[in-house]
Design a protein around this ligand. Structure first.
Ligand code: PLP
Length: 425
């Protein structure tokens, strides 16, 4: 039986048997008991399914992964300790030293650091591309050793909307999968698999949790990429894994090959697992995702329109506004709404932006986005404060840029707070 997304948010994942807890229980146990060594042995050989150690799999985490998998329309999914570890495992599951990744330049700072600094130290090279470039230009980034394309459906913080079909076409014409970070749009607004993406990652820390309580991540595989058709590129999936009793993941697990390898091999070795407690909290968030996301979008659009017409505001960027360069892409890929995050510049440059943030009363200054509470960040005086104006512009961060994450309070109260703070500018 396939349900609509609202129903999956509530009913997906945990399917209790007779007499079992109706609500997803927290399996707060590192380990699981078996009666015979033979049974336990089969689990280690991946011949039987079952739990044995929570670093690899845990029933609470699996139920939440299944819910996200169903929301995305995927074939298999796994939770990770954070969005960062989701990106890390999603990439290293198919890339090793000597390989190369094509990545959209406007992605989350943590992602560009991971790819450009840490994975570079591990021997994986990245080429950053301007995702708005035409296909002929983007083609030039590909190399014979390219193994994946990575991009965000809606980028954090720039709010750039990805042309998913263009990126999927490019990736597939080079025989590699497209990995999309769908954190900001969420599957409520956009399901990247429907447009050709192969793998989706999430920082569940944002809208999925929605209450700013639990750091977490998730990887979902569509099961659509044909690893065997490009077997030479992906020996890790298509030839025996000697560290796992010679299992060939594509042979044994079909559409679940990618996630099974990431769990059995990478989670085993890297251990970036999510705690059952955090999975439980994330699940509470997921139960209202379909109600919260539309309200975030509705509020954000009203706030964006209010700012756009304000005499003390220099510019506003929000893909839900008709004036945005990304309006048409947003209409195509996420017609019900983009997300609750927008950016704008108050008059008065960097000083004006600082006066504005200091004058806010309800809207708080935090290093977070995409939860129920409205909040702001002024990169020039927070995350990027070591840079001068020239360096800021080079880094793509305007000195006056305010990132505003519009929450789900009453929009009149949000606007009233913005209004009194803009008067200080
Ligand atoms: C926050 C974020 C991440 C990193 O997630 P964490 O849960 O903080 O590790 C990755 N991608 C995007 C788009 C994000 O917003």
């Amino acid at each position: 039986m396939s349900y609509k997304k609202e129903t999956i948010c509530i009913q997906g994942g945990w399917q209790p048997g007779n007499g079992e807890a109706r609500v997803l229980p927290i399996y707060q146990s590192t380990t699981f008991k078996y009666s015979t060594s033979e049974e336990m042995g089969k689990l280690f050989d991946l011949e039987a399914e079952g739990y044995f150690y929570s670093r690899l799999q845990n029933p609470t985490c699996d139920a939440v992964a299944q819910k996200i998998c169903d929301l995305e329309g995927g074939a298999a999914a796994m939770l990770t300790s954070s969005g960062q570890s989701a990106t890390m495992l999603a990439v290293t599951n198919i890339c090793e030293a000597g390989d190369h990744v094509v990545c959209a330049a406007k992605v989350y700072g943590g992602t560009s650091n991971l790819l450009g600094v840490t994975l570079k130290r591990f021997g994986v090279e990245v080429t950053l591309v301007d995702q708005d470039d035409p296909e002929e230009e983007l083609e030039k980034a590909f190399q014979p050793n390219t193994k994946a394309v990575f991009a965000e459906t809606v980028s954090n913080p720039a709010g750039v909307v990805l042309d998913i079909e263009k990126f999927a076409r490019l990736a597939h014409s080079h025989g590699v999968p497209l990995i999309c970070d769908n954190t900001f749009a969420t599957p409520i607004n956009c399901r990247p698999f429907e447009f050709g993406a192969d793998i989706v990652t999430h920082s569940t820390t944002k809208y999925m949790d929605g209450h700013a309580m639990a750091v977490g991540g998730c990887i979902v595989d569509s099961g659509n990429f044909d690893w065997n058709a490009h077997a030479d590129k992906y020996p890790g999936l298509t030839t025996p894994d000697e560290s796992y009793h010679g299992v060939v993941y594509t042979e044994r697990f079909g559409k679940k090959a990618y996630i099974t390898k990431a769990t059995a091999q990478l989670m085993r070795d890297m251990g970036a697992c999510q705690s059952p407690q955090n999975a439980f909290l994330t699940n509470i968030g997921l139960e209202t995702l379909h109600l919260r996301v539309p309200r975030h979008c509705e509020n954000a659009l009203k706030v964006a329109k209010y700012l756009e017409n304000h005499e003390k505001v220099e510019w506003v960027e929000y893909a839900g506004l008709e004036s945005s360069k990304y309006y048409e892409l947003a209409q195509k890929y996420m017609p019900d709404g983009v997300c609750g995050v927008l950016s704008f510049g108050p008059k008065g440059g960097k000083e004006g932006a600082m006066r504005f943030t200091n004058a806010l009363k309800m809207i708080s200054i935090v290093t977070h986005v995409a939860d129920a509470r409205s909040c702001v960040l002024h990169p020039a005086s927070h995350t990027h404060r070591q840079l001068n104006d020239e360096q800021l512009i080079e880094a793509g961060v305007l000195p006056d840029l305010i990132r505003l994450s519009v929450g789900i309070e009453n929009v009149d109260d949000i606007i009233a707070d913005l209004e009194q703070a803009l008067q200080a500018v």
